[in-house]
Design a protein around this ligand. Sequence first.
Ligand code: ADP
Ligand code: MG
Length: 410
Amino acid sequence: MTDPLAILKDTFGFDHFRGVQEEVIGRVLAGRSTLAVMPTGAGKSLCYQLPAVAREGTALVISPLIALMHDQIRSASAIGLRAASLTSADTDRERTIERFKAGELDLLYVAPERANMDSFRRLVSRVNLSLIAIDEAHCVSEWGHDFRPDYRQLRTLLDENLDVPRLALTATADRRTREDILAQLGVPEDGLVIAGFDRPNIRYHVRPRDGLNAQLKLLLASQTGAGIVYAPSRDKSERIAEQLSSTGRPSLAYHAGLDPSIRARNQSAFVASEEMVMAATVAFGMGIDKPDVRFVAHAGIPKSIESYYQETGRAGRDGDPAEAWLFWGAEDFARARTRIEQEVEPDRRPEERERLNALAAFVETAGCRRAILLKHFGEDTPEACGNCDNCIDPPKTIDATELARKLLSA
Ligand code: ADP
Ligand code: MG
């Protein structure tokens, strides 16, 4: 199977997953049924469109409105996906059925009414499905605000395709609605993924990088549990792994230059361990199902604030306290700026500059780091989170008058 991140870039033209997209897509690709609760605009469509490309067969998408389906088909077709719908508004239904049968569609959109028809279910039984996505899944629940009895009957189709992962998606689901959706659509309790950008159990720390090795050793002496150290290069990841191993802490390296069998072996050793440190490049992380990662450290700035959010977000998925450490030097930003001006296409430079500036603001602030991080994702927060280095131990600001007086009297 092709790397999801490569599909994200090549097919969809995005550099990063947003929020829980990575987690949801990782689950679907692993064949696990999921209910994703994500705010409007969070990017739910990608959660089934990307697996539709990555997995064999056609993704069946249940959607409540013809207008919604046609919007989706337009944008999916524009990026080269083979998408069609079967609705009363489509005049080429025969042709679509032929394409569906021939395995020529990545995505087929239908309304629940059609999905429930005997004839349609017979058709489905002859076709290889990659997944079944149920968009606007709150319609299945009487507790939700748009109850549609036809959604409830989807259970028959789903039960006839038990080996096909199902992905229910909604923006609006309180606890009761969520539980109802899980039960009605047969998604296991642990298949629930809820977005919202704050990760309150992650504590953010930022430090200047002087004496990085000494700092890493110190950090690891006090930090129990498994963790990831992101290194700026393949070489450095290997060197860090060696150095940590020599201090007695089990540590392995992971980067795209390693043999795939070694990568796979190191990854499973990490997933199985409660104390392993993975020294890695950004090639490591996507789709790794390890809820008890206790810390993520960056030995140098990440590519952008979004990468930072995503990479640190791999810590503490179990909800227990976790730490994010960022070690940086002024030269990191200088190098990143040079890269943008020299390697990025001119029309994308303003956006990349903006993202780098957001990261600089995060690094340099004397205020709450979480507030800056979440503001970038459009979330308002209290002024102080109480769980980042600056909130816990506010930096001493220099009193200019006091300083001036001292200088004058000296
Ligand atoms: P939702 O259904 O959750 O309301 P959509 O799937 O319609 O959201 O996506 C909202 C917008 O976000 C779309 O314009 C989509 O192209 C964009 N988008 C989705 N994922 C990403 C991503 N990883 N990076 C950048 N933009 C994204
Ligand atoms: Mg949507």
